[in-house]
Design a protein around this ligand. Sequence first.
Ligand SMILES: [Zn+2]
Length: 327
Amino acid sequence: MAVEQRQRHQAAADFPHGLPDVMNAYYSRDERALKFGDFVPNGADERMYTCRSFDIVAHETGHAVLDGLKPRWLLNNNPPQTGGLHESFGDLTAIFLTLSQLDQTEAVIAQTKADLHDKTFLADMAEQFGLALGRPNGLRNADNDLKLSEAGNEVHAISQVFTGAVYDILADMFAHERQPGLQDDAAMLHRVGEYLCGLVLRALMAAPDHAASYAHVVNQMLRIVAEDGKPAEYGNFIRNRFSMREVVIAPAAQDQGQGQGPTGNGGTAAPAELAPDVEDQPGVPQDRRACCGTMNNAQYFELEDALDQERAELARWCQGYAARNGG
Ligand SMILES: [Zn+2]
């Protein structure tokens, strides 16, 4: 980078160029800002600007929105799953924002022939950033099969379990609703995405204000689809996908349709609360390594820590990560 260009960055202190030579981006509550790094990937000529990635901007915006709704979730005295919900909501924001644009749902349908489990840009998060790390499916892939017992305590790793289940439910709901002979697939995907976005958001808001677990959110999702009078299949998709991921235990003998949708007398019955399967061990701290800067931000550790030092360390760690992974 030319010296005068860097000076211009620093002088302007503009947030899209807020972290020169940092391979990261973050949301800061104290600064009331989203800040975006730029860097030259190893072996590349061109500088990569994280502010130009739709997925990264959406992800950091998701942190900001969720922080407004659940201010205690970002503090590091929460268990790993609460951090996972924050990271997952960032990635889901990118997915739902894509689904809110009809030209984008048209592109997804054309790319996948309406099978959302086909490789698609919808599921690949931050592709350019991922390529800089040598990953062909983006920084993270929402169409994954990770289970809780495989994910550990690192908040991004664990977030992929929640994101993956919601992505599967999106694919299930879309396959259930589509009527290609009668309705345009892209318009239907747009509608299903809008409903699921609202469902996830309402469930997160209804979850506990501190130390929320995935099972808390899943049980709220089940309650809401029942109250919305949605088909019994919706509850089954949620139960099945989250039990496959080891988030909840769905008894096989249980009548899967019970409590879903309108009952005989025109009301709705509340679905039975599901028990959590794999849980955070009591007192296990969150592991906040890996590359989204929001959860590494010192303000959430309730310290007067030198943020600059942390940024520099993180950038070094990420660069080492890129080198180790052939980026
Ligand atoms: Zn993040």
